[in-house]
Design a protein around this ligand. Structure first.
Ligand code: FAD
Length: 472
């Protein structure tokens, strides 16, 4: 380690790492500090990637189970789930990706990576405690905090019992549980519920709010909820968890419904997915002017904290908490710190995917948000039941909704529930970000037979309706 750096970046996840690489590539002296065992953050080790690896095995399992629908007969081969092999495959991918990221970093001459913990001494100095070796104080010109977030453990009696797990622990569980109660029906809870249910675990979800996936388009969320319940996942909304207790072999979760009824659910595992809180502990923020609260570090529009020399990006500054959002912030901040003056990422054009089965993809405003903002909007719809590609895949259900301003037809939101909605969101993000009118989607030639045709179809049908309305 040197004594002085232009930039110190704390946290080697999707927010901090790209910022460090961009700044170092522009010639700045950069120190990246990561306190985990590898480079990649929550996204790589406990979030996006491991959950998608387990999900991929679950998806393949569904495909094999449905093989007969596609004219493929399995004979004399009982299908076995080898959980150890699934976990090993997961571990191999994580290690490969983390090592790959470290190799990439090594090729950037001005970028130094230290595996260890960083803590502010004041607005110009940080104490670095490496995993191996002595602590050192270094000076910096500017610092970026990208320390991410941690699962929240709500104050419920019995929350610390063994087998009450959070999302990070469940992803590495050493066996497939027989029954799981999931507390929380947000994106992570829904994704994990379907994965474990597919593997044969009995799953019951308890949600305090009135809806699953609260920020998502309600029509899509309700369709998904119905489908999950039809598949055998129990979902109870509007309930208040009272206590988790241990019985002879199991855990028991007692809760109250909004009708005042007291009920209990027993399970081998209770999975807590009630949100995440920003990682501000142990950072020495009390030695600086950086302001923060339980929602995260406070930043201005330029992602600068109340301390002039310190910036923050990603989960540590609060919602939304997505890897691509953290990266977009990290990269935009790095460019601005290089003097490029680029616009900061805008929440209203952010994209997100709920990795349910089928996925929900969303970009821009929901109907609720558009109404609250007083926008005069219309909706172009497309039903995937009539879609060629969906029928070929045996997944002909779901809906696409494109929200557009009634005057001028500017696209302001896209929401889709269908298998493949995740990959549709790239085009959707471009449409919302550039603010193109519905006519541009209708007029662009989408390849056949692909799910992307849904955009042009929805747009054409909506424009035809508008024209017919005008002629009347
Ligand atoms: P992190 O990725 O959390 O990285 C922060 C890093 O800072 C960590 O590596 C930590 O060790 C380090 N650190 C903390 N304190 C210190 C310190 N004092 N000194 C040095 N280092 C420190 N997002 C998506 O976009 N798509 C998904 O599919 C998705 N799936 C998810 C599934 C699950 C189960 C979970 C839990 C999350 C998922 N997310 C997903 C969210 C995503 O993981 C986060 O939004 C993203 O990782 C945030 O990036 P970050 O860089 O802000 O923080």
């Amino acid at each position: 380690m040197k004594q002085t750096y232009d930039f110190v970046i704390i946290g080697g996840g999707p927010g901090g790492t790209p910022a460090a690489m961009a700044l170092a590539s522009s010639g700045k002296q950069v120190l990246l500090v990561e306190k985990g065992q590898g480079l990649g953050g929550t996204c790589l080790f406990e979030g996006c990637i491991p959950s998608k690896i387990l999900r991929e095995s679950a998806r393949r399992l569904v495909e094999i189970r449905e093989a007969a629908d596609f004219g493929l007969q399995l004979e004399n081969q009982a299908l076995q789930i080898d959980w150890n092999a699934i976990q090993q495959r997961k571990q191999n991918i994580l290690t490969k990706r983390s090592m790959g990221a470290q190799q990439k970093l090594k090729q950037i001459p001005n970028l130094e990576l230290v595996m260890g913990t960083a803590s502010f001494i004041d607005d110009k100095q940080i104490k670095i405690t490496p995993h191996a070796g002595d602590s050192q104080t270094i000076s910096f010109d500017k610092a970026i905090i990208a320390t991410g977030s941690t699962p929240t453990r709500p104050p419920i009696e019995g929350i610390d019992l063994p087998n009450v797990l959070d999302s990070e622990q469940i992803l590495s569980i050493d066996h497939l549980p027989e029954k799981m109660v999931i507390i929380g029906a947000g994106p992570i809870g829904i994704e994990l519920a379907q994965i474990f249910h597919t593997f044969g675990c009995e799953v019951s979800i308890l949600e305090a709010g009135a809806h699953i996936l609260a920020p998502v388009d309600q029509e899509l969320a309700e369709q998904l909820k119905q489908q999950m319940m039809d598949e055998g996942i129990a979902i109870t909304t509007n309930c208040k968890i009272k206590q988790i207790s241990e019985t002879t072999n199991e855990l028991s979760v007692s809760y109250q419904t909004d009708a005042g009824e007291s009920l209990e659910e027993s399970a081998e595992i209770v999975l807590l997915v009630t949100g995440r809180h920003p990682n501000t502990d142990g950072l020495g923020l009390e030695n600086t002017q950086v302001e923060f609260n339980p929602q995260g570090i406070q930043v201005n529009a330029q992602l600068q904290t109340s301390e002039n020399t310190v910036y923050a990006v990603g989960d540590v500054i609060g919602q939304p908490m997505f890897a691509h959002w953290a990266t977009a912030q990290g990269l935009a901040l790095a460019k601005n710190l290089m003097g490029m003056n680029v616009p900061m990422p805008d929440k209203q054009t952010n994209s997100a995917v709920i990795f349910s089965q089928p996925e929900i993809g969303m970009v821009g405003l929901t109907e609720t948000q558009a109404t609250q903002a007083g926008i005069d909007y219309s909706v172009a719809r497309y039903d995937f039941a009539q879609d060629a590609r969906s029928q070929i895949s045996g997944r002909a259900s779901g809906v696409l909704k494109i929200l557009f301003e009634t005057q001028g037809h500017k696209i302001i939101g896209v929401h889709a529930l269908t298998e493949g909605a995740d990959d549709l969101m790239g085009e959707a993000a471009l449409a919302v970000k550039t603010g193109i009118p519905l006519e541009a989607l209708a007029g662009s030639i989408h390849p056949h037979p692909t799910l992307t045709e849904s955009f042009a179809q929805a747009a054409r049908m909506a424009l035809a309706k508008l024209q017919a309305g005008m002629k009347k």
